[in-house]
Ligand binder design. Sequence first.
Ligand SMILES: [Zn+2]
Ligand SMILES: [Zn+2]
Length: 258
Amino acid sequence: MAIDLISRKAWGARSPRGSHTRLDSTKGVKVHYTGGRVDPRIVDEHDRCTALVRSIQNSHMDGNGWIDIGYSFVACPHKKVFEGRGLNRLPAANGSGLNRGHYAVLGLVGNAGLLEPPDGMLHAILDAIDHTRQNGRAGDEIKGHRDGYATDCPGGPLYAWVRRGAPRPDGGGNGAPEPPGAPPFPGRLLKYPPVTRGDDVRTWQAKMAEREWEIDVDGAYGPQSRDVCRRFQRQQEIDDDGVVGPVTWRRTWEAPQG
Ligand SMILES: [Zn+2]
Ligand SMILES: [Zn+2]
C-alpha cells in the first residue's frame, strides 16, 4: 500500500540543532503513543495533526534538549505519515541504548482524549513500517516502546494491537472507518458560516430528517443545520462545534435512534 508521506518541509519542521547519527539498519520498529492528552478533534481536522506534530518537535527540542523530534515517523488518523527523523537516522524516542535497535513510530493517540487508534492511523503506522523495511533496511520486528523499557507507552489499545501481530484493518482506512450503513464521508467539513452547499449536505440533512430532526433538506448548510448539528452532537456527547466532520457524519447513521 502506497505511503502518504508528509515531508519535513511540508509540515514545517524546524531544522535539527545538530547532525543526525547514521543508522544503517535496524531489527524493526517500536511503536509509541504521545503519553499525554490528544485532542480527539484531530480526527475531524488534519490541520490539528500538523499542529500537534510541530508541538511535539518543539517539546523534544526545547524541553528534552534533543537535536530534533525523537521519532522516526508519526502516523495520524488520516492515513498520513509525517516524516520525523526519517530513514537511516538514529531516533531518540526508544530510550537510551535502545535507539540503534529499532526505528520509532508514533501513533497520535494518548493516555487521555483520543485513546483508540482509528483504522486510518493503524494503516499509517503499517505504511511507515513497510517504508522502513523497503527503504531503510529495517528487520521484521514490531514491538512496543514498553518492550525492554519501563514505560506505559504505547498505551493499552496500541499495545494490544502490536501483540496481536499488528494486523492491517479491513477496508480502505481513509480517515475514520465507516460502519456498514454510513455512506463514505464526503471528505470536506460541512459547516457554517459561510453556507456550505452540495449533495453531501443534502444527504446529511435527509438522514437527520429521517431521524426526526426538524431540518430543511435543501442542500444548504446554514444556521438551522448548524443548530441541529450542535443539538445532535450534545445528545451524542461529542464536541458540539456545529461542524459535520467524520465522527458526526458516522454517528448520523450509526447512533441508535434515541
Ligand atoms: Zn514511547
Ligand atoms: Zn491527520
